[in-house]
Design a protein around this ligand. Structure first.
Ligand code: NDP
Length: 246
């Protein structure tokens, strides 16, 4: 129970990789606050966290709404007592070739994937800087390292996430706050289920391990980076992709 007494804040925690991260951190002792644009009528994550004997608070909030995020973060500290782990997970894709990409699709991806991290991290950092401890994990993507045709907006946002991670690691190091990123490859979630079978098969051929990862594989990497086992690791990008990029 390495996160006993700790509070984790996870964006986009209702489903996919975010939901898995909430459950994994709770299974190791953390209380969980998580946000999403839409409510989950089944309250699946809340129930799972409660089943580990941990508290869960859900907020319907958009990472692009800075004022709302500040209100939510203040409320988390009031309700759960502190904020020790931040996982910036919320993200979207709006794929198209550059020549056909609408400006609104460029902006939506940058706003959510990159400016969203600025909004949430700025609000949470104020708490962590005061308590002089914390661990921040940003979910990037291998596409932010390798690039990909048809994903200029997504690649730019995720390369930006890596730049934010490395810069903040340097900015916060002397205040006891570590900042790292996890860069997943192809993971089985709604995001990749939306791909055609043809694209999925081509992707599989690029993965030396031969299969798509599960959200739990990303959650395991997040849990490691959030923990004291990673106390000497900051400013790093941990690639979780079955060996796809080198
Ligand atoms: P999903 O689409 O399954 O889940 C994304 C989550 O983020 C949803 O809960 C979504 O909520 C939430 N979200 C989206 N926009 C906002 C917003 N503006 N404010 C708050 N929450 C928001 O995606 P994944 O679980 O696959 O992806 C999670 C992260 O992992 C993303 O950052 C993604 O880029 C990254 N990633 C995923 C990979 C994959 O193969 N799946 C590979 C590499 C990186 P809503 O229900 O409202 O849409």
């Amino acid at each position: 129970m390495r996160f006993d007494g700790k509070v984790a804040f996870v964006t986009g925690g209702n489903r996919g990789i975010g939901a898995s991260i909430c459950k994994r951190l709770a299974s190791e002792g953390a209380d969980i606050a998580f946000i999403d644009r839409a409510p989950d009528p089944q309250e699946e994550v809340t129930k799972a966290v409660n089943n580990f004997g941990k508290r869960a608070i859900f907020y319907e909030a958009d990472v692009t709404d800075k004022a709302m995020i500040e209100e939510v973060v203040a409320n988390v500290v009031k309700e759960l007592g502190s904020l020790d782990i931040l996982v910036n997970n919320a993200g979207i894709t709006r794929d198209n070739l550059l020549i056909r990409m609408k400006e609104e699709d460029w902006r939506a991806v940058i706003d959510i994937n990159l400016t969203g991290i600025f909004n949430v991290t700025q609000a949470v950092a104020k708490i962590m800087l005061k308590q002089r401890s914390g661990s921040i994990i940003n979910i990037a993507s291998v596409i932010g390292i390798s690039g990909n045709a048809g994903q200029v907006n997504y690649a730019a946002s995720k390369a930006g996430v890596i730049g934010v991670t490395k810069s903040l690691a340097k900015e916060f190091a002397n205040r006891g706050i570590r900042v790292n990123a996890v860069a997943p490859g192809f993971i089985e979630t709604a995001m990749t289920k939306a791909l055609s079978e043809d694209v999925r098969e081509k992707a599989r051929q690029l993965i030396p391990l031969g299969f798509f990862g599960e959200p739990e594989d990303v959650a395991a990497a997040v849990s490691f980076l959030a923990s004291e086992d990673a106390r000497y690791i900051t400013g790093q990008v941990l690639v979780v992709d079955g060996g796809m990029i080198r």
